[in-house]
Ligand binder design. Structure first.
Ligand code: HEM
Length: 205
């Protein structure tokens, strides 16, 4: 529970910050949204999360393009079964390549482009009922930590972009190389330089 709940969300936040910093128009839109909802003379609270619809779309897009659990977790059928015409013997170890499904050009327009707007119409959700988009898996073994993951992600990223502007260190550019494993990680850790942007310095105390 602790492993499943910390590394996953932390890596999703790291990928999100890297993508956001690389796309100044996305950062601008996010900051406009938090400034409207939270205000620049206030700090981010959990109660603001529900109103951050653009940030919610950003989270969904990060979970699509950098699927935190790229092969879900291994499943093992208790009986031999047939799926899509293929026989899966009892006891097999089954990995679902959700990373590839989330980048399949027959499902997604420009799949490698980071474009949160594709989620703004709420057509896609991750309830596990749509096998084109299921970053939290599906069925009985689906992730039980979705609500906590949402809150941790939304609160962390909203606080970071509300309180600070962010840039890459001088001379450094974006490196989004992924390191595959049970959990997808950024190969090179993100280095990001913050600059305070709120009016009242006491909000940083
Ligand atoms: C961005 C955050 C997260 C992502 C993308 C994620 C994704 C997943 C996925 C894909 C699975 C496997 C589902 C399947 O195979 O059908 C899973 C399982 C699991 N997750 Fe998460 N997870 C996240 C955060 C969390 C959090 C915050 C917790 C707990 C507080 C958590 C606890 C678990 C547990 C206990 C399982 C195993 C469930 C089982 O096997 O019955 N996860 N998660």
């Amino acid at each position: 529970m602790i492993l499943g709940g910390t590394d996953t969300t932390a890596n999703t936040v790291e990928f999100a910050m890297a993508e956001i910093m690389h796309k100044p128009n996305v950062l601008r839109k996010l900051q406009q949204e938090v400034d409207t909802v939270v205000g620049k003379d206030n700090i981010m609270e959990e109660s603001h999360i529900q109103q951050l619809q653009y940030l919610y779309a950003v989270m969904k897009e990060v979970l699509r393009i950098h699927s935190t659990a790229p092969f879900l977790v291994p499943h093992c059928p208790s009986e031999t079964c047939t799926v899509g015409g293929y026989t899966v013997p009892k006891g097999s170890r089954v990995f679902i390549n959700v990373w590839a499904i989330h980048r399949d050009p027959s499902i997604w327009e420009n799949p490698t482009e980071f474009r949160p707007e594709r989620f703004l119409d709420n057509k896609w959700d991750y309830s596990g009922n749509d096998f084109n988009y299921f970053p939290f898996g599906s069925g009985r073994r689906m992730c039980p930590g979705i609500v906590m993951a949402e809150r941790m992600f939304m609160y962390s990223v909203a606080s970071l972009i509300h309180s600070f502007d962010w840039k890459f260190p001088e001379g450094e550019t974006l490196d989004l190389t992924e390191k595959f494993g049970v959990i997808l990680k950024k190969k090179m850790p993100l280095v990001a330089i913050p600059t305070p942007r709120l009016f009242n310095p006491t909000l940083y105390e």
